[in-house]
Design a protein around this ligand. Structure first.
Ligand code: NDP
Length: 290
């Protein structure tokens, strides 16, 4: 019998993860029994680290972040369809001493987008996505599941976008996803309704995404997955042009909700206490130059 369910987030580095603050705020608000911490595992410790956690009967699961989202699939006994098709997991759930790998990033991404648009599907929409890493994989999967009409994929290194597209087409040969060369990004005629930044550009310590939003005359919404800083240079540009601007914090919260339910068996509160706590923490981090 589990006395106090224990969960954590695992990554390398992990010090700046906001997940412990988010889950701990929800635990306090709901009064649910449980504890959620962070665990730093170096690459050669990942597999043994998971085995050590599993030795504790109170361990109910973990969130997995960079750079282990792909490896998480390999250590799991089974995986959900969505985690398999994305090729990465951000959640390991322990059930009957076995690990199920799941991915809540795709649902976490699409929920805030549909909400901001006031829509149930993306039928008829053209979306331009920047990035070709793990986040872009989840974004593409989510956009296709939501019935998007067309996607243009653009990445600083064209070759990486090409590989991502080839892998995607193996799973989903009919997916209407086209490559947009990085060199063409400010002069092609792809005319998207929505622009998504699923790259690390604009994140504290990274260069900003080098695009001119003014060029994309058909765009009405810009979604930046980056949440540190809260107002990225891309979102600042988007706001200046009067476009609907969506940051990454809502996605962070939305991907965490099903994880909280899986770990602690209770819905997280729907008020914005946790969001305010995260905003405060991000302000403190920005103030201390982190
Ligand atoms: P990866 O390291 O897997 O991929 C990074 C991507 O960013 C690559 O495509 C890389 O291009 C591109 N990139 C990096 N710097 C620049 C730059 N200056 N200009 C243009 N492109 C650049 O990271 P992830 O895919 O896992 O994460 C991407 C971002 O999404 C991160 O900022 C992360 O915090 C955020 N994220 C947010 C989530 C949320 O809940 N809000 C959830 C998951 C991720 P190249 O191939 O050329 O190197």
């Amino acid at each position: 019998l589990i006395s106090v369910p224990k969960a954590c987030v695992i990554g390398d580095p992990i010090g700046h993860s906001l997940s412990p603050l988010l889950h701990t705020t929800w635990l306090r608000q709901t009064g649910a029994k449980g504890c959620y911490t962070s665990l730093h595992l170096k690459p050669d410790e990942f597999v043994s680290g998971i085995a050590n956690l599993a030795a504790d009967p109170n361990f109910v699961g973990a969130n997995i972040t960079l750079p282990y989202k792909q490896e998480a699939l390999l250590v799991a006994d089974t995986s959900t369809k969505i985690a398999t098709s994305i090729g990465a997991a951000n959640l390991l759930i322990r059930k009957n001493n076995k690990f199920l790998a799941d991915n809540t990033d795709a649902a976490g991404f699409i929920g805030p987008l549909l909400c901001a648009l006031g829509l149930k599907t993306l039928q008829g929409k053209t979306v331009l996505v920047f990035g070709a890493g793990g986040a872009a994989r989840a974004v593409l999967e989510a956009l296709l599941c939501a019935g998007v009409e067309r996607v243009f994929l653009c990445n600083r290194s064209d070759s990486r976008a090409k590989i991502l597209l080839q892998e995607l087409l193996i799973h989903d040969p009919k997916a209407n996803v086209k490559l947009l060369k990085w060199s063409e990004r400010n002069r092609s005629d792809c005319q998207p309704d929505i622009i998504v930044n699923a790259s690390s550009a604009g994140m504290t310590g990274f260069d900003s995404l080098d695009i001119n939003l003014g060029f994309y005359r058909t765009v009405s919404l810009v979604y930046d997955l980056v949440y540190q800083p809260i107002l990225t240079p891309l979102l600042a540009q988007s706001k200046e042009l009067g476009l609907v601007s969506l940051g990454g914090l809502d996605m962070l919260i939305s991907q965490a909700k099903p994880c909280f339910i899986a770990f602690f068996g209770i819905d997280p509160p729907s008020d914005n206490t946790a969001k305010l706590a995260l905003l405060r923490a991000l302000q403190v981090m920005a103030g201390s130059g982190q």
